[in-house]
Design a protein around this ligand. Sequence first.
Ligand SMILES: [Zn+2]
Length: 486
Amino acid sequence: MATYDTVIRNGQVADGTGAKLFAADVALKGDRIAAVGTPGSLKGDNEIDASGKVVAPGFIDVHTHDDTYIIDNPLMAMKASQGVTTVVCGNCGISASPYGRSDIPHLISLSVKKTENLGKTFAEFAGKVDAARPAINGAFLVGHSTLRFDAMNLDVNRRATASEIGAMREQLDLALEQGAIGMSSGLFYPPAMAATTDEVAEVAMPLGKWGAVYTAHMRDESEDILKSMDETFEIGRRAGAHIVVSHHKCAGRSNFGRMRETLPKFSDAMKQQEIAFDVYPYVAGSTILRKDMLDRADKVLISWSDSVKGVSGRDLRDIAKEMGCSVDEACDRLQPAGAIYFMMDEKDVQGAMSHSGAMIGSDGIPFDTHPHPRLWGTFPRVLGHYSRDLKLFPLEDAVRRMTSYSARHFRLAKRGEVKAGFYADLCIFDPTTVIDTASFEKPISPAKGIDTVFCNGAIAWHDGKPGGGRTGRALNRQQMQDEAKA
Ligand SMILES: [Zn+2]
C-alpha cells in the first residue's frame, strides 16, 4: 500500500461539484491530492482525524482587492481563517500592474498603499507576490482604470484617443502573455466614467485571443442597471471573452425587488454567451465615500478617513451632528475616506446568491481601518447563516459556488475540486458550528468552525491561527491553460 504525506480520515467530503457528501479518506502528496479512497483504505505519514467535519476544496474568493495586501501581509489571516486558498485580485478596474508611473491615484490606493508594490509589467508584479511567499494563492486581473491612468497621464476625465486605446490594448496583451488572468473594468468610478463602450471593447480585444476573462463593476447598479448589463454583455461579445459581472446588486430603495428583472435577464444571456456573476452575503456595500451615493443608502458608516481621526465605524449622520454641519458638508470634511452603505434588499441578495449564475466573492477591502465585515466573514456566513440556518441552498451547493464553479469561470486549472491530481487546496470545517463572527460593530474577527486549511499541500491555517504554510503563489494564466490541457 502506498504511503502518502498526509491522509485526512473519517471526514465527509464535499467534493466541490455539488455532489452529495460522501465518506472518504483524502490523501495528499507534495502539493497535490494523490488519492480519494474508501474510508480506511489509505495510509499516511501524518493522519488527520476529520470526524464530524466536512472536507471541501479550499474556497476561491473571486472578488478581492488583496493585490498588494498579500505582499505586505503574506499570512492573509482574514482569508485563510475563512477557508479561502485563492484570492482573485484586480477587480473593479483597479490593479497594481502594469503601471509605469510612481504616483498612486486615489482610486488605486484602495488596493495599493506603497509605490514599491506597483509593477511596471505584470511579470515584475507577480515576482513581488511570489517573493513574499504568501500562505494562499493569488490570481490577478489587469484593471482598466489602471491602464487608463497610465496611458492618459492621469488625465482621465475624458474619452481616450485612438493612440491611447492602442497603448492600453498593448499593455493588456503583454500582461496576459505574462500570466494575468483577465481584465476588470469599473465604469462606475470617476476615473473610468468617461470611457465609452467602444473604448472598453477595443482595449479588451486581447482577452479573446488568450481565452481570458472580463469582469465588470458595471456603470450603473441602480436605475439604469439593465442598460449596464447590455453594455457589459456587448463588451464581452466584441472581445470574445467570457464574463463575470461583479458583486451583482440592485442598489437603492427605489430599486429594491428589481432582481425580478435582472436575474431572468442573466438567465437569458447565459444561453447566448458564457456569463456568471459574483455576490457577497450582506445588504450593505462598501467603497470610497461619495456624496452621490448618500441618497441611495438608508445608513452610511465610515470605514476610514485620512483627514478626521476617530470616525471609523461611526454613522455619518452622527458625525455630521457633532460637526454641526450637513451630511454633505461632513462628507467633504472627511475626504479622502471610505464608507459602508446599507443599500440592498435582503430578498434581492438571497435571490442573487441562489441563482444558477452566482458564485461567492467577498469584495472585502483589506486596508480599511474599520472594514466591512465581509472581509473576515463572507464564506462562513454563506455556509452557516445562509445554507445551514436559512436553508437557502444545500451545503454541497454552497461549497460548489465557492469552488468548482468559480474555478471554471476564472479558468483556475486543477483547483476547486477534491479529486486525485488536483492541487491540495482544502478546507476542513465543522458544518454544525461554522459561522462568521465579524459584525458591522466589530468587523475584525475570525470565523468559527474552520478547522484546518491546506494550500498547495501546506497548512495555511489551523485551530484559529496561521499554520505556517507559505506555499501560495501568483497563479499564471498560461501555465494554467497548459495544465488544463494536460
Ligand atoms: Zn466593485
